[in-house]
Write a protein that binds this ligand. Sequence first.
Ligand code: MSP
Length: 648
Amino acid sequence: MKTFYITTPIYYPSGKYHIGSAYTTCLCDSVKKYKQLQNYDARFLTGNDEHGQKMAETAKNNGRTPQEHVDYMAELSKELWSTLNIDYDDFIRTTEDRHETVVQEIFEKLLANDDIYLGEYSGHYCVSCEAYFTDTQLIDDNICPDCGRETKILKEETYFLRLSKYANRLLKYIEENPDFIVPESRKNEVVQFIKSGLNDLSVSRTAFDWGVKVKSNPKHVVYVWIDALSNYITALGYGSKNDDLYQKYWVNGDEVVHVVGKDILRFHAIYWPIMLMALDLPLKFKLFAHGWYMMKDGKMSKSKGNVIYPEQLVDAYGLDAFRYYIVRELTYGHDGEFTPEDYIKRINTDLVNDYANLVSRTISMVNKYFDGHVKKVEHNHEYKKHELDLQNTSMSVFGNYQEAMDDFKMAEALSEISALVKRTNKLIDDTFPWDLAKDDSKKDVLESVMYHLLESIRLITILYQPFLLETTPKVFAGLNVEESKKTFGSFKFGEKTAYQVVKKLAHLFPRLDVEKESEKIKEMMDMNKPKEEKREFKMKSEIEYDDFSKLDLVVGHILDALAHPNADKLLVFDVDTGDKVRTIVSGIAKFYDPKDLIDKNVMVVANLKPVKLRGILSEGMILSSEDKDGNLKVIELNNELEPGDKIS
Ligand code: MSP
């Protein structure tokens, strides 16, 4: 039996998981089930990433010790995965002994081989991202390229992993293994990043201690990514007394896949392979980087009141609807948008109108015309061509479905099944069974049509098995399909030669009222908004009025706004500040479509020293507010104010 090992990222248990985390986990679970249908020995790993400064802070904010917090969250996570019927084989937590001791060994091994060395780091550190950035990565000398916040210079003793030493070997590996990173666009991103030059990576911290201690120098803790990435092998027992699973699924395994979101691509495509190379371990895995679920107003965030939790949707519309939607709606590698309307419409169209309707119509016709029993009939009749066409469609759908599934193109695989459902429904429209039933001499023809409908439903249901966990057993039971006819091996018209269907089919999906149900989902999202949460922030030291009065704050009117030609994160504005029209560059591209800001009155710091931001001179600053999650919102002013009006 061929082996298959699939992993989700290990999630940061900082809060309840929303539909974004559920997406990756459901996707991996469906792939596991698909591989099992292909007779693979499939193993699925998920878990939690429990160390780091942020985790310690989250615990503190919740009035718990870090350990209490991660223990509590591990239970919550497992509860969610059980609600979603996720069939993982192992759940790894980075605070477990089996992980921590091996991470220590890994670190010592890298140290002994001189792939890790002790040095001093002095650099621009972004507190929010917990990462250093090089001069070339920074925006305008000190702005973090990832979150747009100011970095500060920090000096600390730290261990480094020699990345540069392995850059060429990694590039060669990527070139020789074109499927190593998919989609292609992500691979190109990685190649470009490596070619732009890899700096050695700081892999330890002394500023906090919630982490795995470096064995030979315990004032250092292992930097969270070295700790986290190792989970994929520590969970298999690598480095422990019993490493059978590691030998089976990794060293001698056939296929290994890490599924990750686009934001953590670099860690998996560069740091992880280099760690493996340095440890002299086989580089077995393939990487699939997917896009993100977004909301109409951008990222999911509690304070925006746009978060929806998987449990809420499962509760209201059932498990299968959720699991279907979540992998159906994001297309390969791209971001997608969750909207309540789409959620309901998707269920109504694909599952209620097409699939459930086909099954219930067919079962009632088979009961009505044949008392529930039909068999394969060899009969050359006028509708044969429609039946043959259906047979051919089913085989091409099967091929396309497998190809799509093998490439992690779930949306495509599911739309292939939908095409077969539609083609099957069309057989009813093509053959008018109710007319055939009126003519006794057409009994054979009618039986053949019914048989084709049932066979096609069986085939469709085989393909739906990795996704519709509760519905497919009900449909198979309704058609009395035996185990051996639920397999990929039996995916062929004519494999099941007779059917005895049930009198009444178990309930599948209810039809939903789009308007009413979308409103209901919106209400759920609103309910998730935190109630008057107290905000805590570190107050800077007190200032005198004179300090404040040094600012020239004025009303500015935005005349034009464009994306910065050389920086994704920046927008360039023409702002009328009364005295003149200024060019102002601002790091808010992530949060705005520039045209939405044209004609707005905003607050401008007019006497800020002009500064070049990625080649464009910025003559001032537009003031924005920042929420708890780091989302920026420009402070908009009353439109009756005049450009140049003083603000004090
Ligand atoms: N702990 C690290 C991963 C370490 S793996 C060795 C981490 N955790 S995370 O909780 O922040 O993110 C976990 C995964 O969830 C990432 O793959 C991330 O891309 C994904 N998602 C977070 N929000 C998402 C959406 N809105 N949509 C889809 N996936 C999303 O990073």
